[in-house]
Design a protein around this ligand. Structure first.
Ligand SMILES: [Zn+2]
Length: 216
């Protein structure tokens, strides 16, 4: 059973790694955003409760989120393991998750921290360019469009989304520092934290995480 949580600030590349690892290790990538969307789409009683919360502009509370994660982890495809992404974000959530894992008799949890220095995160996140017409994504330095500022696919002028403006990015990184950073210490104290260098190439990072996860 490979029980794994991927943690890292916005721009650390954890979403990319979660997808790659999920397909290579044949265990599901479980992101809380996906859980919420699919539960709402299912029209279940739980889904309707989630929809009511989301529609009212509030956050889904920890108890409900744990219930959803419990349900997701009970599906057949998660029997051999899972990669959890986007949860927990606070210490309360981490404790609630520990209680769930204990109830489910998961013996060994590995928390992978993707460490990337602040300046590199800023460069990655503020350089993003999006096409308002077809949705294609580019980057000012890491994935340049053929013609500066123009979408390769459809020729529309590229824009920087609100989320990717320097001020917004700084705030998002700050939220991670104040809210989520203490969690790393929590997992480190429990000898469950493994840190990888998130500034390496995508393939190198993936190989390192795989090695950590498959080591006994
Ligand atoms: Zn386009």
């Amino acid at each position: 059973m490979l029980a794994c949580i991927l943690m890292g600030p916005p721009g650390s590349g954890k979403g990319t790694q979660a997808k790659l690892l999920s397909s290579e290790l044949e265990i599901p990538h479980i992101s809380t955003g996906d859980i919420l969307r699919s539960e709402i789409a299912s029209g279940s009683e739980l889904g309707n409760r989630v929809k009511a919360v989301v529609d009212s502009g509030k956050y889904v509370d920890d108890e409900l989120m744990i219930e959803l994660i419990d349900q997701r982890l009970s599906l057949d495809d998660a029997k051999a393991g899972f990669i959890l992404d986007g949860f927990p974000r606070t210490e309360n959530q981490a404790h609630a998750l520990d209680r769930l894992f204990e109830a489910k008799k998961y013996k060994q949890l590995k928390v992978i921290e993707m460490q990337v220095r602040q300046e590199l995160l800023m460069e990655r996140l503020t350089g993003r360019l999006s096409c308002p017409s077809c949705g294609a994504a580019f980057h000012k330095s890491l994935n340049k469009p053929k013609v500066a500022g123009i979408c390769d696919n459809c020729g529309t002028a590229l824009v920087t989304r609100e989320d990717d403006l320097a001020e917004t990015v700084k705030k998002r990184l700050q939220v991670f520092e104040t809210q989520t950073r203490p969690l790393l210490a929590f997992y480190r104290d429990g000898n469950r934290l493994y840190t990888v260098d998130g500034s390496l190439a995508v393939d190198e990072i993936k190989t390192e995480i795989k090695r950590l996860l498959l080591a006994s």
